[in-house]
Design a protein around this ligand. Sequence first.
Ligand SMILES: Nc1ncnc2c1ncn2[C@@H]1O[C@H](COP(=O)(O)OP(=O)(O)OP(=O)(O)O)[C@@H](O)[C@H]1O
Ligand SMILES: [Mg+2]
Length: 371
Amino acid sequence: MARRLLIIDDDADFAVSMSRALALEGVGCRIAPDGATAWAMLESEPVDVVLIDIRLRAEDGTELAARLCARHPGLVMVIMTAYASVDSAIAALKAGAYDYLRKPFFLDELMRALQRCFQLVDLRAAMARAERELALMRQIEATSQLAAGLSHDFRNMLAVVRANLAVIAERLPPGDSLQPYAGDALEAAVTAGDLVTRLMGFARQPSRPPELQDMRLPVRTAAAMLARTLCAGMRIDCDLPDAPLLVAVDAGGIGTAVVNLLINARDATEGRGRVRLTLRHVWRGGDYARLTVEDDGPGFDPGGLERALEPLFTTKSEGTGLGLPMIQQLALLSGGEFRIGNAEGGGARAVLDLPCLPPGTAPGQGPGENM
Ligand SMILES: Nc1ncnc2c1ncn2[C@@H]1O[C@H](COP(=O)(O)OP(=O)(O)OP(=O)(O)O)[C@@H](O)[C@H]1O
Ligand SMILES: [Mg+2]
């Protein structure tokens, strides 16, 4: 990943030669000769680390560092100076600097300091991600409990309503003026039943680890089923690998994920769009099966993208806001990851990564036997 550094130094020659040397190390630098320029740059574009000279011509670098830190809490700063003293080092650290460099320094000294800073940046990003996921899991769990409690009793009552409506509809003489009313009521009760079943699926935690199965099968089956029915007006391109991809994830969960994503694509493209569904093996520190679903609709709107994984968030009048959280839950419970976003050319993109066995593992062969 390219690193971004802001150098605040009024010694232009020094700053430029440093930025050239750092570019060769894969660090992209921006240079600000004074506090005002640095301030504006930080407002317009985030950076990973700030390298700041303590003695700027017109201002005190330590004070500037303190102001920048107050404005951007958590900003990682390294202070450098030609006039090193214990007092100035303490002042710099108090101002919020993470490290302190004494001019002149060698490139490897600077790189060591920067590497420590980048590690800190990565660690904080990983922690923020983990906290976000934890918060989402808690939300999902709370919603699951609510759904579980309500849907159980509700489903029983609904079964009574449906059975009675069916009897009424059956007993009404053909052509009776009440027929359409009974028909509508029955249809609504059936829809409500589907919704409850869905809520129960959301609430149910898998009781035992699912068996290994080829992920291509539920993906292919769900896509083919939707192409015939709910997504009949759309073009669905399905690109599956030739070899099996073995995952230990419930086939029903994968099928439901594909159904949810395709229905979302249908809704986004008013039923006439094009969806590309790709399944591939990827290596990301482990073997994963990656399912990517891309549509050519308008994509997520920015506010919606931030909230789309929250349970019950929906922008549709008939939506329940459970489709994407269900996929998120499946990913988190399976040790995978689910990401949504917009493709560069527009259109929404959803990526579901699930741990899988290394490609080439025979279907009957468990993970332990593959060593
Ligand atoms: N392919 C997409 N393109 C644009 N926006 C999308 C897409 N998929 C989802 N969204 C947005 O994310 C929201 C949440 O999606 P999610 O599938 O969780 O719920 P829903 O589709 O609204 O309802 P349901 O529970 O019936 O699926 C949607 O309401 C929509 O605003
Ligand atoms: Mg949906």
